[in-house]
Write a protein that binds this ligand. Structure first.
Ligand code: PHB
Length: 388
């Protein structure tokens, strides 16, 4: 089989790239190890930056997002005895939209299906070849047969455990692991808050997020290696109530039936460059952020928003300049979000060190008291313009 761009991975990065390339008249084929059903039910953070929403709208993916997405002016920051609302709209003139990554992936799946996009799901043994030449290819096994997909360019949108990242010879990598994880739950109960609550508490961080008017998403900081089975539903709701300030200033947390419970590890990771020869990396294949601040999907969207026109210039006009600049341009934003995600994570999660506690409390109080400090957080959370 032959195509112009072979895309490895049918998550949001790979699907959006195929969508943007199609609009630029460039043909692609997508290969994916998982099933479509699996890809469309993966639970991920659900906060879209303004520039992500603008981009999705501008390429015909805004209809359900506009009717079902919930625009939030800001977030609540909390610590014992205090809840402070940060209004991004007032601070930086931008807001965020709560719309699950799962929903973005479903919208993309439907749009690609309607356009007749060739996507091969449930392949195994995917490997990337000849990326140093102008005839790279991807091989994989499907239904017991090995296939070769030849292309002018290969793009790895296959996450940090996929084969694309590993095909780059001698990359530089940076990694930070954290001494805690998140226990995340989905619950069939109306959110007890209008906007997200990020709470510092001596027992550990807690986050109240949401998926819809009837479904809440909440998280608790837990030690690494925690077995979710050791957390009963009652224990979870009690810990959430304590950390989120149930009873303070008349606020209460309404518990409800828990439909999903899982533990998420936290990691920061960057690999550069994001290109080698005719192989380009986008999204989690090149960088992982911890979930505090919900940057993962937004970063993936920013990558492919840069990459699609760069590939169109390369393949349609033989103009190599945007493709040559891709890695450096994308990495500016990657490192900004890497820093922001790290700073939100380390500001809000408790360690066993009382000195850290005091520094964290001082930082939170400064953000609540100073417009300058609040503006910095708001600018990063609501998101920098795509070309940053
Ligand atoms: C989520 O809704 O899953 C979520 C929201 C905000 C975060 C992380 C996760 O910072």
């Amino acid at each position: 089989m032959r195509t112009e761009v072979a895309i490895v991975g049918a998550g949001p990065a790979g699907l959006l790239l195929s969508h943007l390339l199609d609009r630029a008249g460039v043909e692609s084929v997508v290969v994916e190890t998982r099933s479509r059903q699996y890809v469309e039910s993966r639970i991920r953070a659900g906060i879209l930056e303004q520039s992500t929403v603008d981009l999705l709208r501008s390429v015909g993916l805004g209809e359900r997002l506009d009717s079902e997405g919930d625009v939030h002016r800001g977030i609540h920051l909390q610590w014992p005895g205090r809840r402070h609302h940060l209004d991004f709209q007032d601070l930086v003139g931008r807001s965020v939209t709560v719309y699950g990554q799962t929903e973005v992936t479903k919208d993309l799946g439907r749009a690609r299906e309607a356009a007749g996009q060739h996507i091969v799901y449930e392949v195994s043994g995917t490997a990337v070849h000849d990326i140093g030449t102008d005839r790279p290819s991807v091989t994989y096994t499907k239904d017991g047969r090995t296939e070769r997909l030849e292309a002018a360019v290969v793009v790895g949108c296959d996450g940090s455990f996929g084969p694309s990242r590993a095909a780059v010879p001698e990359p530089r990598t940076w990694e930070r692991t954290y001494p805690y994880s998140w226990l995340g739950i989905l619950a069939d109960v109306a959110p007890s808050t209008d906007e997200l609550i990020y709470a510092w508490h001596p027992d550990g961080f807690a986050l109240h997020s949401m998926r819809s008017a009837a479904v809440s998403r909440l998280y608790l900081q837990v030690p690494n290696g925690t077995d979710p089975g050791t957390w009963s539903d009652d224990r979870i709701w009690d810990a959430l109530a304590a950390r989120l300030g149930h009873g303070h200033d008349g606020w209460s947390l309404t518990p409800g039936p828990i439909t999903e419970k899982s533990v998420l590890p936290m990691r920061s990771f960057v690999q550069q460059p994001m290109r080698h020869g005719r192989l380009f990396l986008a999204g989690d294949a090149a960088h992982i952020v911890p979930p505090t601040g919900a940057k993962g999907l937004n970063l993936a969207v920013a990558d492919v928003a840069l990459l699609a026109p760069a590939l169109a210039a390369l393949l349609r006009r033989g103009d190599t300049t945007p493709a040559d600049g891709y890695s450096e341009t994308a990495l500016r934003r990657v490192w900004r979000c890497t820093h922001f995600s790290w700073s939100m994570t380390t500001m809000l999660h408790t360690s066993s060190d009382p000195f850290d506690d005091r520094l964290q409390r001082s930082q939170l109080e400064w953000i609540a008291a100073s417009t300058a400090a609040a503006t910095g957080l708001a600018e990063n959370y609501a998101g920098l313009p795509i070309g940053f």
